[in-house]
Design a protein around this ligand. Sequence first.
Ligand code: NAD
Ligand code: UDP
Ligand code: UDP
Length: 317
Amino acid sequence: MESQIRKQVLVTGGAGFVGSHLCERLLTDGHDVLCVDNFFTGTKDNILHLLDNPHFEIMRHDVTFPLYVEVDEIYNLACPASPIHYQHDPVQTTKTSVHGAINMLGLAKRLNAKIFQASTSEVYGDPKIHPQTEDYWGHVNPIGFRSCYDEGKRCAETLFFDYRRQHNLRIKVARIFNTYGPKMHPNDGRVVSNFIMQALQGLPITIYGDGSQSRSFCYVDDLIEVFVRLMASPDDFTGPVNTGNPGEFTIKELAEKIIDLTGSSSKLDYQRLPSDDPIQRQPDISLAREKLGWEPTIQLEEGLKKTIPYFDALLKA
Ligand code: NAD
Ligand code: UDP
Ligand code: UDP
């Protein structure tokens, strides 16, 4: 079992929502974890409980600058993921994806380390095929408000594959679909966190557009499991591989489910749909099933029940 060998693992963006869960999992699996983060959207609170662990180390650092450390594996997650945050400083968002990828790939090349990239379903843009398979090239606006994120992530994928072709690097690329769970930032504007926070406070639930647009929501523990499996997979399996839960819901259905589960009296409040907001999104996860023997085990209702108490506790703190 690979997980029984102690490795030095770098997690960039390790203080973020997904990154903090990954750090926790890697420590549980018996590895030494170096968490690198500039705390733009991540917070020390997410990793506070790990700070006493002698196998855990944290470094404040921006991945757009070179990084010289010694590790065996790299998970590159650094990048703001919510539209509000990635559009706050779009130039920095592209730099984080592109310069960040170059630096982490340069590091991996010097160390001959295996490197994982947290890519995104946004590389498919507003998709014209449904559900999305990995061979779909996408339908992306190169000059819109979401482009800094979408095109930055697409360029990062290009860099990963060119480092593989040119330098024979061992790469792993996961295209992550909407993921939710405890430790999401309560104010980062993503739909699950917004709706739960609003429902718990009896505030109007802000539905953008008519709520008929759909998303597929993956619970964070399922996502971490596929990350670890992908990293441990044979070197000739590089991805890109879709990672997400194929269960698809409209945004209105999500709102109703959250109102129901929180017993809230909140009303639906329809607002303007942001530009370039994809109409539908559902991963085809056949490749992950076949190559990694993985599929999500936690469906939406169960995952929401695990997530709501986290936000409830934040509100009561
Ligand atoms: P997040 O915003 O909670 O975490 C991102 C982390 O990266 C934060 O801790 C932030 O401070 C850090 N960061 C940002 N810029 C940095 C920089 N220049 N240098 C160092 N650290 C930096 O987001 P998340 O949901 O945890 O997403 C993690 C990764 O997964 C991101 O790369 C994101 O694009 C990808 N992803 C997430 C989702 C999702 O639904 N959560 C979907 C698709 C892709
Ligand atoms: N780099 C880094 N850490 C390392 C090695 C490289 O941050 O341990 C950075 C380095 O600053 C460089 C980038 O990664 O800009 C790409 O490195 P590569 O070796 O591919 O390219 P080169 O150094 O030839 O530009
Ligand atoms: N959304 C919404 N109300 C909110 C936040 C988001 O209706 O308060 C919608 C948003 O327009 C999008 C979907 O929910 O259609 C998912 O948004 P999110 O920002 O979570 O992720 P992404 O658009 O990147 O999939």
